[in-house]
Design a protein around this ligand. Structure first.
Ligand code: CA
Length: 226
């Protein structure tokens, strides 16, 4: 393992307990005790996962979450929300968080969620940097740029792009993409793939309606070419 996790939590007792538990599971843990420090570390250092408390002094978790995504980083984010703060969960997921647990939580459950997020985003073959046209995709730093400017991708868009890139030149069916990227069974929500492909094209293609990289293969699915 040895994945890097950033834990942003202002309650010292919880921060220490979680740090010890995460370390005992083999993770490398970095800490931030307030929102400002959390935001700085999250956007300046490479992490495999960020655990982010919402109620934080100086800068709240939702603002940090938005800031991380605006910086073009697709690092998985797991939110820690307070009981009853349903609005925070919804807003958090819309801002690009990948999952949440509600306090007080069972540590076993938290560990399981972390494992799922890490497995889902784990690089299969490509650890390095991919370039096509003016786009540069850095899998390790989970950063995408266009002409050197960061592009905001949601975690799911990033995972989809990675899957397409790893299978460049191969036609992939919607079912296959759903299963591999979303973990869904066959046939469910295949529109989801189209929606995410459309939004990736908006962000990556010079002419989203005449895509050069992510092409539609009529009746079959999608293919990345380049
Ligand atoms: Ca807090």
């Amino acid at each position: 393992m040895n994945e890097n996790i950033l834990l942003v939590e202002d309650e010292e007792a919880l921060r220490m307990t979680l740090r010890d538990r995460l370390r005992s599971e083999g993770y490398v843990v970095d800490l931030a005790a307030d929102g400002q420090q959390g935001y700085e570390k999250a956007t300046q250092l490479p992490f495999d996962l960020i655990i982010l408390d919402i109620m934080l002094p100086r800068c709240n978790g939702l603002d940090i979450c938005r800031g991380i995504r605006l910086a073009g980083l697709a690092t998985p984010i797991l939110l820690l929300t307070a009981r009853g703060q349903t609005v925070d969960k919804v807003v958090g997921l819309k801002l690009g968080a990948d999952d949440y647990v509600t306090k007080p939580f069972d540590t076993m459950e938290l560990m399981a969620r972390i494992e799922v997020l890490l497995r889902r985003s784990a690089p299969r073959s490509g650890q390095g940097v991919h370039k096509f046209g003016t786009i540069r995709v850095d899998f390790r730093g989970t950063q995408v740029t266009r002409n050197g400017e960061p592009i905001y991708l949601t975690a799911r868009e990033f995972q989809l792009l990675r899957y397409l890139l790893e299978h460049a030149g191969t036609t992939l069916s919607r079912d296959e993409i759903l299963r591999e990227v979303w973990g869904y069974g066959d046939g469910t929500f295949s529109r989801t793939v189209d929606v995410h492909v459309a939004s990736l094209r908006q962000k990556l293609e010079d002419l989203p309606k005449k895509p050069k990289w992510i092409v539609t293969v009529p009746g079959l699915g999608y293919r990345f070419q380049g």
